[in-house]
Design a binder for this molecule. Structure first.
Ligand SMILES: Cc1cc2nc3c(=O)[nH]c(=O)nc-3n(C[C@H](O)[C@H](O)[C@H](O)COP(=O)(O)OP(=O)(O)OC[C@H]3O[C@@H](n4cnc5c(N)ncnc54)[C@H](O)[C@@H]3O)c2cc1C
Length: 446
């Protein structure tokens, strides 16, 4: 669909933050256009987690039944398999007595399509797919809109978009460049993720906190009788996570930053042997999977944060403002909480005032979300350095008898499992949707 030439809010990126924000603002009667560079939401590499606090938001929006109808797996605890046995890190059932004492694993494309479907019922909402934002327009010093290219007209050569996106790969210069359009807006909100084009166009540079680890990301077939949900496995120098996606496992094999070339040099058979040693029940498929090491993608893990999340006419939220590491699987929830806070503050103001949004309203979003973001990123950094990186160096005891002390404490006092459970499933400072965005269920009750 072609975008209008003018709107009140131009949201760049239809990921979790962008789709949530678009839906909320449109429900507030604010004309909102979401520009998403991909033709659909069929991407991997984003994480499939939908946390208890997000599930509560969906209930507030009247989307609880629509979400419940999606194919999903519900995980009520987080466990890690050591050589000495399985240790429970977080018990959601104990910590979250409400309606959703679990984290749901849902293919992210289904989740985003559900949000798009709900938003497209709103007369003030427009989603333009295959629309890549390439720059900003200005009116004096103020950001006054975006420049975007319509790839629905000239679809570029097929790339694995998620891989390109996570690796920061720009489109190839050989691909045809369709004509540029301009969308003028009172406010541009950058929700375009960790490699944000808008952030770069606004000359905003995030502070880097670094990460001692990267991930090899690949899929394996999932067979009848395999475990359900998420699986974490730590043994010797090796750490792997596996995310249950129905008929496939999305696997993440952690490696020290910079170790990619050496590991690849060991070859495919050596890697398959490591996997079989870590998870012997995978052995029945490792003769043929992964097919080649080209199917094993290196994902560059980074933790970064902007000092300022706004400019005149521009707001940045989610990974565009603070790229998250996958540690703990919490970035999606945090991005959605940012979107809800932005709707509360900025949406509320825009409902009652025409024209551009004042700086103190825009800066309120960072004031509200900085602490929870900093806290979650501090946890991710501590976990990456204190556990994952040490484990890869073989400094975490995982022998048949030794369980690391913090894990022994969690096992000895299960009540303590509520703390990581609440941190993961709810997160610090959970938000609530504005009353004007709420709806009663529009589908049959569960
Ligand atoms: C390997 C890996 C695994 C992860 N696993 C998990 C997990 O299991 N659980 C979890 O909670 N978090 C996970 N995370 C973190 C999580 O992916 C992010 O924190 C979260 O997706 C941020 O949401 P967002 O909406 O801000 O950005 P994104 O999800 O990155 O969405 C950005 C959107 O903008 C679009 N876009 C980008 N550029 C443009 C442009 N120029 N024009 C138009 N559209 C554009 C993109 O196509 C995309 O749809 C993981 C991260 C990594 C790197």
């Amino acid at each position: 669909m072609a975008a209008p030439e003018r709107t009140r809010v131009a949201v760049v990126g239809g990921g979790p933050a962008g789709m949530f924000l678009g839906l909320l603002l449109a429900r507030g009667g604010i004309d909102t256009v979401v520009l998403e560079k991909h033709p659909n939401f069929l991407r991997d590499f984003r994480g499939d987690t939908v946390h208890a606090s997000t599930l509560g938001l969906l209930d507030e929006l009247g989307l609880g039944s629509a979400f419940a109808a999606l194919p999903q797996r519900r995980v009520d605890s987080v466990e890690i398999q050591l050589d000495a046995g399985t240790v429970r890190l977080a018990d959601f059932g104990r910590a979250l007595p409400g309606l959703h004492p679990y984290v749901a694993f849902v293919p992210q494309w289904d989740f985003l399509e559900m949000l798009a479907d709900a938003a497209e019922h709103e007369p003030h909402f427009t989603l333009v797919r295959s629309a890549e934002v390439v720059g900003l327009t200005r009116d004096g010093g103020r950001v006054a809109g975006v420049r975007w290219r319509d790839y629905a007209v000239a679809e570029p050569a097929a790339v694995e978009p998620a891989v390109a996106e996570l690796a920061g790969v720009k489109r190839s210069a050989a691909e045809p460049e369709p004509a540029e359009h301009v969308l003028a807006a009172d406010l541009v909100v950058a929700c375009d993720g960790r490699w944000s084009t808008v952030r770069e166009a606004a000359a905003l540079v995030p502070r880097e906190f670094g990460s001692p680890v990267d991930i090899w990301w690949f899929r394996l077939p999932r067979h009848e009788g395999d475990p359900d949900g998420g699986v974490g496995r730590l043994s010797g120098h090796e750490f792997m996570i596996m995310i249950d996606r129905g008929d496939t496992w999305q696997c993440g094999y952690l490696l020290a930053k910079g170790a990619d070339a050496a590991l690849r040099g060991e070859g495919l058979d050596a890697f398959r042997a490591k996997l079989a040693r870590l998870q012997p029940w995978l052995a029945d498929r490792l003769d043929t999977w992964p097919k080649t090491l080209d199917d094993v993608k290196l994902l560059d893990i980074r933790v970064e944060r902007l000092e300022e999340w706004h400019r005149d006419g521009l707001l940045l939220i989610g990974d565009a403002a603070h790229p998250m590491s996958p540690v703990g699987g919490v970035g999606i929830n945090l991005a959605i909480q940012d979107a809800v806070a932005a709707a509360q503050l900025v949406g509320q103001w825009m409902r009652h005032h025409p024209g551009p949004v004042p700086a103190d309203v825009l800066s309120g979003v960072r004031r509200r979300r900085l602490r929870p973001t900093a806290l979650v990123q501090a946890f991710q950094r501590a976990a990456a350095r204190g556990v994952v990186s040490r484990a890869l160096k073989g400094q975490v005891a995982t022998s048949r008898t030794a369980v690391p002390l913090p894990l022994r404490v969690l096992t000895r006092f299960p009540i303590l499992q509520s703390i990581p459970a609440r941190f993961i499933a709810i997160g610090p400072r959970p938000e609530h949707t504005p009353s004007w965005a709420r709806r009663l269920e529009r589908m049959a009750p569960r």
